[in-house]
Design a protein around this ligand. Structure first.
Ligand SMILES: Nc1ncnc2c1ncn2[C@@H]1O[C@H](COP(=O)(O)OP(=O)(O)OP(=O)(O)O)[C@@H](O)[C@H]1O
Ligand SMILES: [Mg+2]
Length: 139
């Protein structure tokens, strides 16, 4: 999936399934930036990745805590930057820590990173086409 990939899914399950196939192409250290509007499916996609990597627990938006760390091999870090006030807050989160370790990092609302995108290995954009349809673009 190094070249640009586009897919349209119909329903949350199709997004999770697509994410599962995508997850199997990832190597430890991958940092995945997820962008798209409220309710686009960033968490659904993250859930699909986590399941495919073997994590059996609950995957929910870490909006109020900024980061969830799921015990798994490889470890999974699930970030949500929705409530990030400024890019300088990022130093508190320590994005570098995630970018340079051997886990898999998922970042919802990666738009908040502005130009501080060092270390991101995959960009995924989700667009809402209709109630059940989403366009997923990987670059
Ligand atoms: N094709 C689809 N793929 C993913 N989700 C879909 C699809 N069609 C409908 N949905 C619905 O859209 C919603 C996606 O919610 P989700 O929490 O994953 O979005 P999000 O992008 O993480 O939102 P937020 O910005 O609030 O974190 C769910 O209610 C899901 O059932
Ligand atoms: Mg979410």
């Amino acid at each position: 999936m190094n070249s640009k990939t586009e897919v349209i899914t119909c329903g949350e399950k199709e997004t999770e399934d697509w994410a599962g196939a995508f997850a199997r192409t990832l190597s430890p250290g991958a940092v995945i930036a997820l962008s798209g509007n409220l309710g686009a499916g960033k968490t659904a996609l993250s859930r699909g990745i986590c399941k495919a990597l073997g994590f059996r627990g609950q995957v929910s938006s870490p909006t109020y805590t900024i980061v969830h760390e799921y015990p798994n091999t490889p470890p999974i870090y699930h970030l949500d930057l929705y409530r990030l006030n400024s890019v300088s807050d990022l130093s508190e989160i320590g994005l570098d820590y995630y970018a340079f370790n051997q886990g898999i990092t998922l970042i919802e609302w990666a738009e908040r990173l502005e130009n501080q995108e060092t270390g991101i290995t995959h960009f995924i954009r989700i667009e809402i086409l209709s109630d059940n349809e989403r366009k997923i673009t990987v670059s």
